[in-house]
Design a binder for this molecule. Structure first.
Ligand code: ZN
Length: 234
């Protein structure tokens, strides 16, 4: 069966549906979501090319021109034995900041690490190191976001349940950096926290630091705007 550019041709789709021609079902063929899957994530070797691709995907997303790539059954099968994600994204667990949606990517493209406050815990560092050493991802983005609940909790202080104080404690030094500065403290702290977590990654991980020094890995900070969907480098 011919699958061109991930699109099942109309005739083929009708055959799959067991329908020879026309009628009401034909309309379904035209309204079925078409997921492009022209290829698995192409091997991107340079950090700058990876960053360009990431930001281009975000531009499609905010322009309402998302391709929703790499989400077909065919692609699932091609990825079953291997993966070549071109970027590692350390982002907040927040339900509104999903990497594949924000950057208009799909399966196999991004190595997602998500944790409240996008903090650099030992487990997070180990996950990044795995991506760098074993998957050779050339780009790492630490992605914070507007009105982050974890950062807000670190700003507000006070008693918190269970293990939440662990997260707050990991963000608190970033908050102290910007306390007293002009502007909104939470929003300033969101940016400060992105920069602080990057510093922590480089300080705590010789693996990451060495890859950066060798030019094999680029580490960037991104701030996601909840209102517009735009990612801005910070
Ligand atoms: Zn958050």
């Amino acid at each position: 069966m011919a699958i061109r550019n991930g699109f099942l041709g109309r005739r083929n789709l009708l055959q799959v549906l067991g329908i020879g021609s026309l009628g009401l079902i034909a309309n379904i063929a035209f309204t079925t979501p078409a997921f492009a899957d022209t290829s698995a994530a192409e091997k991107i070797v340079t950090p700058d090319a990876a960053l360009d691709r990431l930001l281009a995907g975000n531009l499609r997303f905010i322009s309402n021109k998302a391709n929703h790539p790499h989400q077909s059954l065919k692609l699932i099968q091609s990825l079953a034995q291997t993966q070549h994600p071109y970027a590692t994204i350390l982002s907040c667990a927040d339900s509104r900041v999903s990497g594949e949606i924000v950057f208009d990517e799909g399966l196999g493209d991004l190595f997602d690490i998500r944790i409240a406050g996008n903090i650099a815990t030992p487990e997070v560092i180990g996950s990044i190191e795995y991506a760098v050493v074993h998957l050779h991802t050339p780009l790492l983005m630490v992605l914070g976001h507007e009105r982050c609940g974890a950062v807000t909790a670190a700003v507000d202080g006070g008693e918190l349940e269970g293990e939440i104080p662990t997260i707050v404690a990991a963000i608190a030094p970033a908050v102290e950096r910007v306390r007293g500065q002009a502007g909104d403290l939470v929003e300033n702290a969101v940016v400060a926290n992105i920069q602080y977590q990057i510093e922590r990654l480089l300080e705590l991980s010789p693996v990451i630091k060495t890859a950066v020094a060798a030019g094999e890995l680029k580490v960037v900070g991104g701030r996601y705007d909840l209102d517009q969907g735009k990612v801005t480098l910070v």
